[in-house]
Design a binder for this molecule. Structure first.
Ligand code: FES
Ligand SMILES: [Fe+2]
Length: 360
């Protein structure tokens, strides 16, 4: 992957092999994703003392088996692998108030993952040691959302703070998860192409007819932060806009959507009805899973404005992104220039990608 110039007027996109090389996708695991913060769940999913949910760090892509636990309101992200011979400890969400018992040879851990006992091992030397406890991973909570990382190289504060400053006034802790409105999409394209497309509103008038009717395209703007960026959707009138508090720096604007992107693969889209979190998970170089999680603030606003037809908009995006996936494999395509006004977000993403790819 070649160097991406800091000056957008001089820069070209990452080279096209990024979107189809197996080697690059493999390298990204250690160079980028294990170092990133990944969204795990909302805190109310493990409301009671002892509640736990097994999960994989990044589903099929980095299937590291982990466990989200609640011990007296202390939330932990633990390895879900027995320290004896590697059995997976918990297979379904459950309550582990009485501890964890491995169903292979009966090793026991307490709710915090500390080794408690093991049958037939009295003679073992230097046992038990710290190594027999379940490793606890870094964890961060913002509002009601839990994030974890394997080996974080991105400061969580730098990832979240700009979003928090901008829209932290919303009662985000009170948004209610809707299973019914949440879904998964499979796109036949590379994960980064899906992000590229998300990161620019340039394509809106060409690809999204109905969204164009709701948005004032000329005022569509992108703001860049260190590890995140924000696209603001401005409405054509005051209908379906946020009622902004006076102390918001956006007060007086007809904002219909705040689209926050958190490097490298998470989107927090705020609409007057609530929040749609999108998590982009690679399956292979040309297949990606997108999880759409919906958190409702005001149900009565679900059917109006820029956030009302998410399914339709998603299908339109998928179609174009799948086309591009075929295009970037062409012998005649390698990389292209950016529009300095409309593709600031994509350029920001490519700069960060090229930085992380160079890391050893
Ligand atoms: S693998 Fe867990 S007790 Fe043996
Ligand atoms: Fe789009």
């Amino acid at each position: 992957m070649t160097f991406v110039h800091k000056n957008i007027k001089k820069a070209k996109t990452i080279t096209s092999d990024f979107y189809y090389s197996k080697k690059i996708l493999e390298r990204l695991k250690e160079n980028l994703f294990t170092k990133s913060w990944q969204f795990v769940n909302h805190i109310t999913a493990i409301e009671k003392d002892g509640d736990c949910i097994p999960f994989q760090f990044m589903d099929e892509y980095i299937p590291e088996p982990l466990l989200l636990t609640n011990h007296k309101e202390q939330i932990r992200s633990l390895t879900n692998v027995c320290t004896h011979r590697g059995n997976i400890l918990i297979k379904k969400s459950c309550n582990i108030k009485n501890g964890i018992i491995c169903n292979y040879h009966g090793r026991r851990f307490n709710q915090c993952g500390i080794f408690k006992s093991m049958p037939k091992c009295k003679e073992v030397e230097g046992f038990p040691s710290e190594k027999d406890n379940l490793t606890s991973l870094p964890i961060k909570i913002w509002k009601q959302f839990v994030f974890t990382s394997i080996d974080p190289k991105i400061s969580f504060t730098e990832l979240i703070n700009d979003m928090d400053k901008r829209i932290g006034w919303m009662p985000i802790e009170k948004f209610i998860f809707s299973e019914e409105k949440s879904k998964e999409y499979i796109v036949n394209a590379n994960w980064a192409l899906y992000c590229d497309n998300y990161l620019e509103g340039f394509h809106i008038p060409f690809v999204h007819q109905s969204l164009r009717e709701n948005l004032n395209y000329d005022e569509y703007n992108t703001e860049l932060f260190k590890y995140s960026n924000l696209q603001i959707g401005i409405g054509k009138n005051t209908e379906s806009c946020f009622k902004l508090p006076k102390n918001s720096i956006d007060y007086g604007k007809n904002i219909v959507a705040y689209y926050f992107w958190l490097f490298p693969n998470i989107m927090f889209n705020f609409y007057p009805w609530g929040l749609s979190i999108n998590i982009v998970l690679p399956i292979n170089t040309e297949k990606t899973k997108i999880k759409f999680l919906s958190y409702i603030w005001d149900e009565s606003k679900l059917d109006s404005g820029a956030g009302s037809e998410l399914d339709k908009v998603e299908k339109e995006d998928e179609e174009i992104v799948e086309n591009v996936q075929r295009g970037v494999k062409s012998r005649f395509y390698d990389r292209g220039h950016f529009s300095p006004t409309m593709e600031k977000g994509v350029h920001h993403f490519h700069l960060l990608l090229s930085d992380f790819m160079r890391m050893r």
